[in-house]
Design a protein around this ligand. Sequence first.
Ligand code: SF4
Length: 470
Amino acid sequence: MTEGLHESCGVFGIFGDEHAAEKTYLGLYALQHRGQESAGISVSDGHVLSIHKGMGLVRTVFNSHEILRSLKGFAAIGHNRYSTEGESKTINAQPLLIQFRGGQIAGVHNGNLVNALELRKRMENTGSIFQTTSDSEIVLHLIARSEEQEIVEMIYDALKRLDGAFSFLFLTPERLIAARDPYGFRPLCLGRSGDAVVVASETCAFDIIGAQYTRSIEPGEIVVVSSSGIESRMLPTRGKNAMCIFEYIYFSRPDSIIFNDKVDKIRRRLGKTLAREAPVEADIVIAIPDSANTAALGYAQASNLRFEIGLIRNHYVGRTFIDPEQGMRDIDVKVKFNPVTGVLNNKRVVVVDDSIVRGTTLRQLVKIIRGAGAKEVHVRISSPPVISPCYYGIDISRSGELIASSKSVDEICNFIGADSLAYLSVEGMLGTVSESNSFCTACFTGRYPTPVPQNYDKMQLGMNKINRCV
Ligand code: SF4
């Protein structure tokens, strides 16, 4: 992925560890790829919740020992956030922490609620005042307004009113509560670190603290962790599961387990299937680094071609979407990628990428690869064409931004200047996962698992803008 799609947020939680803040900080480090706009941690000492959050990367927000030392407690939740354009404000950074009749509660959210505007309007009409433009705040309001008396019942009552994608972590002085929406759009993993219970978007956050993966939290499951142990209950079902297949294609790290399967394994299969569906006479296979590396390895293995490092990515500039301001999006691709001329010169090159959004960056890269002497450039994409917006937590907001929504594969091939272009088929993609009918494929097929808002444009919601935690 060279452009356009923005990650989901990353969440991490731990209960029962005297170094809860430090472990959460490390977990957030491992989840940095899921959000770079802001970071935050809330900690419980058993009586009171404390919090620290701010704009920027984890290392920027937690830039001294004193900050972590001040977050004393045995339980914590943390969040890395990616925000939509124009709404990168500290007030929207998470965790969100409120005080209400039930005491203190902090929450972090990965996903996007499709009925957020409707819920917010209804609450505003009856007197609610919102401080943020985050849809996550709506849930805290629903919890506070619940007629139930006990906190877990209040959370259950609030969550069953939501539609869309959510992987939530809540922290109260005595409990850590993790919840995944009934479709299971976003991943949420459960593990153990000694006697402590840990929860994270991806298991790479467990590895960094030496925690062991136990299982995926089920779609619709609410897991309550307290000094009495772990309890689980289910939200009402909403039809079949709809786990985000894009997590396997691009968003999650290849060293993670999500949805109970290894990302590396599925991503390699995507490349292998692509090689079988779209073979080409060539000398070498290269990846658009880093996200397409694993799929390119799979392509090379299945086609008996040599995998080479043909492009070097400059990691010190970050990803183009590190800053959603328009100016940063247009940053010259040459700042990020440099060709290895000795590898590419006089070769017929297969270039594997995981997806195409606008195609503008890929067009520049094809030019750079040709400029390094490649005789032929054949582009292979390890997912089907992205034709529709995502309403579930990934920032694909307008069909007009998606080149495949208006152009044929041949037209896209012409636009990027490749000798040939082929995408993985929807069937091929679904053949790489177990329980293929449990996945959302809406951005590739236009078939949405939930009703979606009409005339939705999250960039133009004005005063009613809801800032998705995407
Ligand atoms: Fe994932 Fe695409 Fe579905 Fe969004 S629409 S949840 S990106 S598969």
